[in-house]
Design a binder for this molecule. Structure first.
Ligand SMILES: [Zn+2]
Length: 351
């Protein structure tokens, strides 16, 4: 038996080897061929290709529901202490981990309100917002004679997390006021430019953080327009076009917040954010109103409440079909859709 063993072993190894070669030759072959052909077609065809009737991934296979709700999360102070309006650096990092593990992926607020949501099939978009331009949002520190982003501030934590998890994305909006956003006098302009250069956004939180319902139209326009002017002076060409209402309070006429003019500078807000207190409707659902978008404040109890809500009610959650040009919804959600909100997107209903 001793002498036969090596032959038997050899035979087994050969069988395994051939079957593995068989797998590696057969199985993946079809996929690269398709993508190569697609690439060639894209190169060859100058004309736009016809819009696909169906998304590339079968929406039913990922339970896509683009009529579901989306969370716009909101942080104020991020620092060493935890309380109702403050989150620690450690907990903020954990928030990102929790979102990632539960299948949430970052999108910009602008992409949500313009119905241009790009998220991998089967995942849920989430928007991050930071109010008041506090120091813990963005801090520079000196290290070895060089200025670096403090790894222990929101921007530093977001950046590191995105580097470790590139599929999570790096999207957030920082709602700032006029006087020294983020607290370091000599470098706040660089911070505004760096946020935009990283692909994140700046948002309008007004000059003085007043309750806008106490102000005249002219004063409201100054509070908003002067921010637009300031940001344009620092970040050339950048459009400051979303607003987080101070204290969540609208002016007497909401139209003053939507658009206006100050010092020859016109502003128009694509999205207006409230302070509380729940997820938003999908941008294609009846009643979606970009001038009154609720948010969810991130302190432990509230954050857990909404994460649990979506865990326990998966049919309420927005789940992407992976194709920003197609809006996929299960047939039982069809009544929710306002077709006038679809724009140039195709509606795909499945059973
Ligand atoms: Zn505020």
């Amino acid at each position: 038996m001793k002498y036969f063993k090596p032959y038997i072993l050899l035979a087994i190894i050969l069988v395994i080897t051939f079957s593995l070669i068989g797998c590696s030759v057969n199985a993946p072959q079809e996929e690269p061929q398709i993508s190569e052909e697609t690439e060639k077609q894209e190169e060859a065809n100058q004309e736009p290709e016809p819009q696909p009737e169906e998304p590339s991934v079968d929406p039913a296979s990922v339970n896509a529901n683009e009529a579901g709700q989306i969370m716009i999360l909101e942080w104020h102070v991020i620092g060493e202490k935890e309380d109702r309006w403050a989150r620690t650096y450690t907990n903020f990092r954990k928030d990102l981990e929790t979102l990632y593990e539960k299948g949430y992926r970052l999108v910009s607020l602008r992409d949500v309100v313009t119905n241009n949501i790009k998220v991998e099939a089967g995942y849920t978009p989430v928007v991050l917002t930071f109010d008041d331009g506090t120091a813990g949002h963005f801090r520079y520190i000196e290290q070895g004679g060089k200025r670096i982003i403090d790894p222990n501030c929101a921007v530093g934590i977001l950046k590191a997390f995105a580097e470790e998890h590139p599929d999570f994305g790096l999207e957030a909006t920082f709602y700032i006021n006029y006087y020294t956003p983020f607290g370091q006098k000599d470098s706040w302009q660089d911070k505004l430019r760096e946020i935009v250069a990283m692909g994140m956004d700046l948002g309008n939180h007004t000059v003085n953080h007043h309750k806008l319902n106490t102000l005249s139209k002219e004063k409201v326009e100054e509070e908003l327009g002067k921010m637009v002017e300031m940001v344009q002076e620092v970040v050339s060409g950048y459009e400051l076009d979303t607003l987080a209402l101070p204290h969540g309070i609208n002016p007497k006429d909401v139209n003053w917040a939507v658009s206006g003019e100050y010092n020859g500078i016109k502003y128009h807000n694509k999205a207006i954010l409230l302070v509380g207190s729940g997820p938003i409707k999908s941008p294609v659902v009846k009643g979606f109103d970009p001038t009154k978008l609720p948010r969810i404040q991130v302190f432990q109890e509230e954050f857990d409440k909404w994460l649990n809500y979506f865990d326990n009610n998966p049919d309420k959650r927005y789940i992407s079909d992976g194709d920003p040009d197609t809006i996929s919804i299960p047939a039982d959600q069809q009544d929710k859709i306002d077709e006038s909100l679809l724009g140039d997107k195709k509606l795909y209903i499945y059973n």
